[in-house]
Ligand binder design. Structure first.
Ligand code: NAP
Length: 279
């Protein structure tokens, strides 16, 4: 598994991590087994959120006894992101995850509380050793500019944003902004949530042919394409151990320049949208 620095001077983190949205909706045993298999295969970056129902409880079962191997991320809902609410939300997540600290804590999307209040709470949580870094999610460049004014350079560890083959909007300005300021970009819904290109589509055929050349799968090729930029990591969600193993193996797949160009053509970036797309 390749690793990348998580923000300027940050720790090395697995380029492919594990998403957990809806992981609590199916077979609990299978979900725990999927997370464990993912960790065994190097996907030690685990992403969750207070919004994801019981996902934090599923994670607690999967990571028992292995906390030190992991880079664990959770998120505060914007409606809780006041100076006091952020701290109590984090404490609830720590309790559900049965851990004493998060490696990174994110504001899930921008809400109505002033950024300065949320950042002050993040600072308090860091001082108390309850989080090791903090970041944001679904922030466009204007929000990032404002956040930078509040927090200063070198403080924002990551921006977690929607990014998959059929939604490449962040390539226009968000990835360059984050690269310039040493902020890790974490690609969420890297398989399009539930809309992965079918093998019978034109783009799907390109994925298949590149996959065949590497004895890989189309999903592995897609993940490898998304993490080709030095600042980007990805967090696919899998509810079976087989899916987790397949996704982890993408962490060692490297595409050639010609293959990247073929995918770029098959799944064009498109023009810059007026606002950042999100799920
Ligand atoms: P995703 O990872 O793009 O896709 C998940 C879907 O792909 C599931 O149906 C899963 O099926 C399937 N899948 C995964 N690996 C597979 C494999 N190897 N072969 C076949 N199918 C496979 O969707 P996502 O859950 O929306 O995004 C990933 C994570 O990003 C989330 O879980 C969450 O942690 C994060 N996220 C963050 C935000 C935000 O606002 N910050 C928003 C959305 C998502 P199975 O479940 O059956 O394996």
């Amino acid at each position: 598994m390749q690793t990348k620095a998580f923000g300027k001077g940050g720790p090395q983190v697995s380029v492919i991590g594990q998403g957990t949205w809806y992981l609590d909706h199916g077979d609990r045993k299978a979900a725990v087994a999927a997370l464990k298999r993912g960790i065994d295969d190097g996907m030690t970056h685990i992403d969750t959120a207070e919004m994801y129902g019981d996902a934090e409880l599923v994670i607690a079962d999967a990571i028992a006894g292995r906390r030190d191997e992991l880079f664990l991320v959770s998120k505060v809902l914007p409606s809780n992101a006041s100076r006091h609410g952020t701290i109590t939300a984090c404490e609830r997540s720590l309790k559900r995850l049965k851990t004493d600290r998060l490696d990174c804590y994110l504001l899930h999307w921008r809400g109505s509380y002033p950024l300065a209040d949320t950042v002050a709470a993040f600072d308090d949580l860091m001082a108390a050793g309850k989080i090791r870094s903090w970041g944001v999610s679904n922030f466009d460049t204007a929000d990032l500019d404002e956040l930078l004014d509040v927090a200063g350079e070198g403080k924002i560890a990551c921006n977690q944003v929607l990014y998959h083959l059929q939604e490449r909007a962040i390539e226009h300005a968000v990835i360059p902004w984050c690269a310039q300021h040493g902020v890790a970009v974490v690609a969420y819904s890297p398989f399009g949530h539930d809309d992965f290109p079918s093998p019978s589509s034109k783009g799907g055929a390109v994925l298949q042919s590149i996959a065949r050349a590497h004895k890989a799968t189309p999903r592995q090729v897609a993940l490898s394409f998304l993490i080709r930029d030095p600042s980007v990591l990805a967090i696919p969600k899998a509810s079976s151990a087989d899916h987790a193993a397949e996704n982890a193996a993408a962490g060692t797949l490297t595409l050639s320049g010609a293959e990247v160009a073929a995918l770029d053509k098959a799944f064009p970036r498109g023009s810059k949208p007026r606002s950042l797309p999100m799920l």
